[in-house]
Design a protein around this ligand. Sequence first.
Ligand code: ATP
Length: 620
Amino acid sequence: MSAIPFKDVIRTVRYLRPYRGLAAGSALLTVLSSLAALLTPWPLKIVVDHVLERQPPSGAVAGMIGSFAGDRVGMLVAAVVGGLVVALLLSSLHVLSNYANTKLDQFITLDFRSELFLQAQRMSLAFHDRRRSGMIIYMINSQGDAPAGLIMTLPLLAESLLTLVGMFWISVHMDWSLALASLAVVPFLYYSVGYYATRIQDRLQQVRALESESLSVIHESLSMMRVIVAFGREEHEYRRFRTQTSNAVAARVRVTVRQTLFALVVNMITAMGSSAVLGLGAYHVMQGRLTVGQMLVVIAYIAAIYKPLEMISYTIGSLQDRFINLRSTFELLDLKPDIQDAPGARVIRRALGHVVYEGIQFSYSGRSDTLRDISFEARAGQVIGIVGPTGAGKSTLVSLLPRFYDPVGGRILLDGADTVGLTLQSLRQQVSIVLQEPLLFSGTIAENIRYGRLDAGKEEIVAAAKAANAHDFIMALPDQYSTVLGERGAAISGGERQRLSVARAFLKNAPVLILDEPTSSVDSKTEAVILDALERLMAGRTTFMIAHRLSTLHHADRILVLNHGRLVEQGSQSELIRLGGLYHQLHEAQWARSRRGTRGVGALETLETLETLETAETPA
Ligand code: ATP
């Protein structure tokens, strides 16, 4: 049984700590149940030996029913009532221990799942870029009960072991050779469990991987519902799910067959033991070494000894499943978040918003030179426009400020302090972000706005919505602020969602604001409404605004022009136009298009312009 990972088991037992009292109660109930189980076959012995065979009671039995000696009917009644009392006692103990164990099981599972959930949230975005969320959901949901499952097998094992010792001890006193014969099966059981444990582990791991993959397919499909419907790929997704899940099911069936075969082997071994004991026991009765009643007690005990033995074997068999779940969940818990507070990190109160990038270098894993040697300064309250061709690194540049990723070279200063030396919590409190795709939670509109500051009152939520030009459309909805949004904010338009995310940013009231193309996916009328709200939001905050439409940058104090991860130009709009470089060409191209009588320069056209210009540029 070398397949027992003792380190993981010891680590698991630590989850019991907060529930010591309950665990002690459960242990006591286990001992009492084992003792009560010892009494079970004795009423039968009394009926057979002393009522039917008229043998005078002796030893412990005399103590139990001595006052009825000679009165066979009295003894019969005592045995029957005694049997009932034992059954009642066992059932009551069973109910109590079920209650204690269920409580333990559920609370430990809750604690462990919470820990996994917290850890998954602590991990950096780089980690989540690599892992499929379906796998993490599977881990939290399906594997999160592993420690509790393992701990709850302990009372079972302990009860089985105690019963085994108690019954074996009494059997030895009645007929030692019979008791020894019953133990002849133990080496076989031990060997078969060891064999099983080592052979089944890899297969179980494969099944787990396949099952979690199925969950990933479901998760991905549900979150991509709009694309699936738009491309009419329901059948395709169904087949993908079906194929994946069929593989998982086939693998699960194969493992279950093996587990059942193992159960069959264990049953056969114990059946051989029972037959041997029956034969030898009856032979000893024939020789007069044992009474019939004693033989019945021993046989009942042997059967009861095998039950715990079988239980131990099955439990150890099923433990492999739990060990595998434990290992993979502990592996997640042991991962060090690659972005975390540095030792001695300090809390920053509300910052002024002076931001400096110094020689920033960054690459996503597996990529090179996403950002190269970028330096610039944004004084408190300035608006910094960021432009550049698609893939130039604009979003990446701003995502380094709240430390979604850490640069590999250079540093970022906020009010003169290196952001790496600040606590993540306090750093991220200084930054509000409005993204191109407004991400909202399912829940009411009020709850979504309140996400900006959880303790905000109703008036503050309404004020934020008014500032974000969202109040009027919210009041026109049947349930107004209590309107329940679907997943990702479904149930309202893209422009409306964006205004809610602006309201959320208003409420957060952070000194630094990141706007990542917040109006690129709305029409020009909605854009005007959102820009109006954003202008209010930007007042008094250091703002980084990524824009494809240069017209939205007219009030930027400075514009950074990125190309191939490099900062190729920076200056005010007029300076950049005078410079005659990339920004100038871009500006000219957009201007020419708008003069050709188009309805303004859309994101797509700007993008095309940028891409055309980009191919003309040689990367530095
Ligand atoms: P766009 O204007 O299209 O939004 P961008 O200028 O904001 O583009 P980024 O999103 O910063 O560009 O991407 C910069 C580069 O990094 C691109 O080459 C992109 O493919 C790559 N990239 C972006 N996100 C990741 C990621 N999570 N993992 C690996 N590479 C990434």
